[in-house]
Design a protein around this ligand. Structure first.
Ligand code: ZN
Ligand code: ZN
Length: 317
C-alpha cells in the first residue's frame, strides 16, 4: 500500500477547484416551480390556505419579473466586488426604485383579483397598493434590516415578494463566474442576505454538493456538508432531525427529503433539502410547508438561524 496521503488542506483545495461555487436562478422557471411546489405541498399541510396564497403570490412574481429591469453593476463594479470579496448587489443599499414598486403593484393587483381567497386578502393587497411611496420605502428598509421599526406582518409577504422579484431580476442577469464566494459562508455572496435553507443538489455537475439558497435573490452558494451554516462548527456538534425521527449521518440520510441540520455549538438550525430524494424540492416552498419541523426543533431548544421572509407573522411572534 503506497498511496500518497493528502493533508486535509490539500484535499480541500483539490475538491474546491472542481466544485461549482455559485448557482444562479433561471428567470423563466424559478417562481413557476415555486408556485407548483407550493400547490403540490398544500393538500398535506396544516397551513394549506396560506400555501395556496403564497402560490398565487409566486404566480404574480413570475408575471412581475418579466417587466422588472433593475439597476445592474458595471463590469468594473463587479470586478471590484470580487476583488474585495463583497456582494456586488447589496440588497440593503442597492437602488431599487422604481422597479421594485412596479413589481409590488403588479403583485398586489394580481393577488387582489384572485378568486377563492377570503375578502381580507384582496383588502390587504389593495391597502398595500394604495400606500404612500414613503411608507412603502420605510417598510422595505425595516424588512431589509436597515431601519428600526415595527414590521407590518400582514403586508410583509407582499413587500418581500416584490423585493424578491427585484433581487431575482438582478441575480438572473449575472453569470455564475461574475460572483465570487465571500469569506463569510452564511451570507449571500450576491446580495448579502441570509439563506432560507440549504439544498443538496442532484443535477450532474452539482451532484452531492450542498448549497445555501438566498431568501431574497435565490442565488445559491456552496458550503461543505456537515457544517453549521450559522457559526461554522462541524463534526460532533452537527446532527440531523426529520419529522420521522432522529438521524445521525449526513452521508446516509433516511428517506426524508427534508431535515433540519442542528448545531450544538450555537443551538441553531437550518433545514437541508435532498434533491435526490425528491426532484421537485424548492427551498422557499418546502421550508414554508414544513412548519411542523420548526415546532419540533423549538421544543428541542433550537432556534432558527434565519427566517422565511414570506412568514413574518410567525417568525416575529
Ligand atoms: Zn442573495
Ligand atoms: Zn452553529
Amino acid at each position: 500500500m503506497s498511496q500518497r496521503i493528502l493533508e486535509p488542506g490539500q484535499i480541500e483545495t483539490l475538491a474546491q477547484r472542481s466544485i461549482p461555487r455559485i448557482r444562479l436562478p433561471a428567470r423563466e422557471s424559478l417562481f413557476v416551480q415555486r408556485a407548483a411546489r407550493l400547490r403540490a405541498l398544500a393538500p398535506t399541510s396544516r397551513i394549506a390556505d396560506y400555501l395556496h396564497l403564497c402560490a398565487a403570490i409566486a404566480d404574480a412574481q413570475h408575471a412581475a419579473l418579466a417587466g422588472c429591469a433593475p439597476t445592474m453593476p458595471s463590469a468594473a463594479e463587479l470586478a471590484a466586488a470580487r476583488e474585495h470579496r463583497m456582494p456586488p448587489i447589496p440588497a440593503t443599499d442597492w437602488p431599487r426604485k422604481p422597479p421594485w414598486r412596479n413589481a409590488l403593484e403588479t403583485i398586489c393587483t394580481a393577488v387582489a383579483a384572485q378568486p377563492g381567497f377570503p375578502p381580507e386578502v384582496a383588502r390587504l393587497a389593495e391597502r398595500v397598493a394604495a400606500a404612500a411611496a414613503a411608507q412603502l420605502e420605510a417598510q422595505a428598509d425595516v424588512l431589509l434590516g436597515t431601519r428600526e421599526g415595527a414590521v407590518d406582518a400582514a403586508a410583509a409577504p407582499l413587500l418581500v415578494a416584490a423585493l424578491q422579484v427585484h433581487g431575482v431580476a438582478a441575480s438572473s442577469r449575472l453569470a455564475a463566474g461574475e460572483v465570487a464566494p465571500l469569506d463569510v459562508p452564511g451570507v449571500c455572496p450576491l446580495c448579502g442576505s441570509l439563506p432560507v435553507a440549504s439544498v443538496v443538489r442532484a443535477q450532474a455537475q452539482y451532484q452531492g454538493y450542498r448549497y445555501l439558497h438566498c431568501a431574497l435573490c435565490a442565488c445559491e452558494w456552496h458550503l461543505v456538508r456537515v457544517q453549521c451554516s450559522q457559526c461554522g462548527a462541524s463534526g460532533k456538534d452537527i446532527a440531523y432531525r426529520s419529522l420521522s425521527g432522529e438521524d445521525d449521518a449526513d452521508d446516509a440520510p433516511a428517506d426524508a427529503a427534508l431535515r433540519a441540520e442542528t448545531c450544538d455549538a450555537c443551538h441553531r438550525y437550518r433545514k437541508i433539502l435532498y434533491q435526490e430524494k425528491d426532484t421537485a424540492i424548492e427551498p422557499v416552498a418546502d421550508d414554508l410547508a414544513s412548519l411542523a419541523l420548526d415546532l419540533l426543533l423549538a421544543d428541542a431548544g433550537y432556534a432558527r438561524a434565519s427566517g422565511n421572509p414570506l412568514l413574518w407573522a410567525a417568525d416575529e411572534a
